[in-house]
Design a protein around this ligand. Structure first.
Ligand SMILES: [Fe+2]
Length: 181
């Protein structure tokens, strides 16, 4: 018998070359303009509630080469008049003990995470399979480790989260959403 895969979930990853020398030096001053804060009962710090549209535009300019490469590699059957566009971006900082519960960003579009500061002992990104294992009937989780300069993009509907940061150093990322417009 022949095995066929009916569905698949695309995930794009890249390690940005010379991230520390080139891109990080441009991102840190931008993040200084929009510092992360802890809002309400959140177990992480973010500038999601305080950053402006400028942040999204400036972030897109800094990462545009990588995103254009991604856009050229995204194969879907949509009209040629449509395109992917970054519609939102925000930074998240995880101090010691901070974490983020499982969540998703939307039913449509793609979401990305760019890793800015990643201590050696920082927790992984947990990506949850949208269906149970047909063998064990349990939730399947892929835990993926990214270094500084790591970029990951996945469909926005994918549930994901991160375990508590047990490092003494903070983990910091920029998350962003893209939609077909
Ligand atoms: Fe997220």
């Amino acid at each position: 018998m022949k095995e066929t895969t009916l569905f698949n979930i695309p995930v794009w990853t890249k390690e940005i070359p010379n991230f520390n020398i080139e891109m990080k030096n441009r991102l840190i001053p931008l993040l200084d303009e929009y510092p992360e804060r802890r809002i309400g009962g959140e177990k992480f710090l973010s500038n999601r509630h305080t950053r402006s549209k400028d942040f999204v535009e400036k972030f897109f300019k800094i990462i545009s080469v990588e995103l254009k490469e991604l856009f050229a590699n995204v194969h879907v059957n949509w009209s040629k008049s449509k395109q992917l566009r970054v519609v939102d971006a925000w930074s998240v900082k995880y101090n010691t003990g901070d974490y983020q519960r499982v969540h998703n960003h939307s039913s449509v579009g793609l979401s990305g995470i760019l890793y800015i500061d990643v201590p050696e002992d920082a927790p992984f990104l947990d990506i949850i399979q949208p269906w149970n294992s047909w063998v064990t009937d349990k939730t399947e989780i892929s835990s993926v480790k990214f270094k500084e300069g790591g970029l990951v993009v996945f469909p926005s509907f994918i549930q994901h989260g991160t375990q508590p940061n047990e490092s003494r150093q903070a983990k910091r990322v920029i998350a962003f959403d893209m939609k077909i417009v």
